[in-house]
Design a protein around this ligand. Structure first.
Ligand code: SF4
Length: 183
């Protein structure tokens, strides 16, 4: 035992170094998303995440957007707790039957203008869970979807690219910010 403890003091960690976050790409992408959101909405973007039945792999990547490496809030983009404060509903997982009603109610509670984004293969197509007796299917089979971000799971940069594409595509949409109801 003592031998093992002593050896652990001198051995190198066995973890593999993570991939570089692509600091320049992140700064550019997040800066563009924030600038576009301010132009379209008059303020920064608020995102409400909904786990509609995912394996949590997508959540890990979404959480990474707030970790010290990506630190999305420094660009003004933030996750909010209430759908009443959200511009974007970021939905992961296939829509499980148990979550279907909750997804519909959350979307109904989000004031216009709002965008619904399917994040990850499961939300886009049903993914691994397509055809399951416990799922209603892909998000689109339950509610209209404005943007699909494929990937299993999509990386933080792919999520940001998706949000940017969404804001760019919304250029033609009339989204003059309507007053949001109090929560
Ligand atoms: S897309 Fe992949 S990581 Fe995301 S919920 Fe489905 S199986 Fe999990």
């Amino acid at each position: 035992m003592l031998k093992q403890i002593t050896r652990s003091f001198f051995s190198r960690p066995v973890t593999i170094a993570g991939p570089a976050a692509g600091a320049d790409a992140l700064k550019e992408l997040a800066g563009k998303v924030d600038a576009l959101a301010r132009r379209r909405l008059g303020r920064s973007l608020a995102i409400r995440e909904i786990d509609a039945g995912s394996c949590n792999g997508c959540e890990l990547e979404i959480h990474a957007l707030n970790n010290p490496i990506y630190d999305l809030e420094r660009f003004g983009i933030r996750f909010v707790a209430s759908p009443r404060h959200a511009d974007v509903l970021l939905v992961t997982g296939p829509v499980s039957l148990n979550m279907q009603e909750a997804v519909l109610r959350t979307i109904a509670a989000t004031p216009e203008p709002r965008w619904v984004v399917a994040a990850g293969d499961c939300a886009c197509t049903g993914g691994l869970f397509a055809g399951s007796y416990a799922c209603a299917g892909a998000l689109e089979s339950v509610v209209p979807v404005d943007l699909h971000i494929p990937g299993c799971p999509p990386t933080p940069l792919q999520l940001l690219e998706g949000l940017l594409a969404l804001l760019e595509a919304s250029a033609g949409r009339v989204i003059a910010a309507s007053p949001k109801p109090a929560s």
